[in-house]
Design a protein around this ligand. Structure first.
Ligand code: SAH
Length: 222
């Protein structure tokens, strides 16, 4: 308790900001309200355990923060939005590309049955795996590797969420979508980026919707 102060009030303020932002962006996202299950998932994750010591004061600010190695922990609103756009049910198996510190991974793990996550920077993958296990997330598998190829051995997925921006949508990820599943991915568009949702309809057809401008680190190719 003394090492881990209660941040409940901070977390509730963060959730209120997220709910407000969902209402403000409803026209762009098509989502009027933050889904209650997504809010519950964010409520369950101690974000201060995912940010470095010097950022503890800002752990529940609705901001992206530096986590070292040139990488960031995503803005909580963006984590909530991407999770909501994924549109997955509790029995889903989900692939994440870009584990980073594992915050989005933990939010997904609160919500779905099984999460597979790929991270291209080995020390980040190792730290995140250790952190998630330490917090008791038994339904997460983190692997070091380039996410462009997805995770064929575990495909198809009921949802795929990418947290780094690609110049174009990697086709292996599209192929690893189960019927009815969504791929949520930031895609570079000129000098800026747009958050896109690719949906594989039950009949197999693909549908793409561009949702909102975003700013993610670039997806690295190895
Ligand atoms: N999901 C994180 C945000 C991660 S930032 C969160 O919840 O805060 C994006 C991450 O994608 C970085 O850690 C970066 O190293 C990783 N990344 C970049 N290119 C990648 C690739 N090709 N495959 C897997 N991970 C990649």
């Amino acid at each position: 308790m003394s090492n881990d102060p209660d941040r409940t009030a901070d977390r509730e303020r963060m959730l209120k900001t997220i709910r407000d932002l969902f209402r403000l962006t409803a026209a762009e996202t098509g989502l009027g309200e933050a889904p209650p299950a997504v809010i519950e998932a964010l409520r369950g994750v101690p974000r201060h355990r995912f940010v470095p010591p010097q950022e503890q004061g800002l752990a529940y600010a609705d901001m992206a923060l530096p986590i070292g190695m040139g990488q960031t922990i995503s803005q909580p609103y963006m984590v909530a939005l991407m999770t909501a756009l994924l549109g997955v049910s509790p029995d889903a198996r989900v692939l994440e590309v870009g584990t980073g510190c594992g915050y989005q991974t933990a939010v997904l793990a609160e919500l779905v049955a099984q999460v597979y996550s790929l991270e291209v920077v080995r020390p980040l993958a190792e730290d995140a795996a250790r952190r998630l296990a330490g917090l008791g997330y038994g339904n997460v598998e983190v692997r070091h590797g380039d996410g462009h190829g997805g995770w064929a051995a575990q495909a198809p997925f009921d949802g795929i969420l990418v947290t780094a921006a690609a110049p174009r949508v990697p086709m292996p990820l599209v192929r690893q979508l189960a019927p009815g599943a969504n791929l949520v991915i930031p895609v570079a568009r000129g000098a800026s980026q747009v958050l896109s949702v690719l949906s594989r309809e039950a009949a197999g057809d693909l549908h793409r919707r561009d949702v909102i401008p975003v700013a993610f680190v670039p997806m690295v190719r190895t």
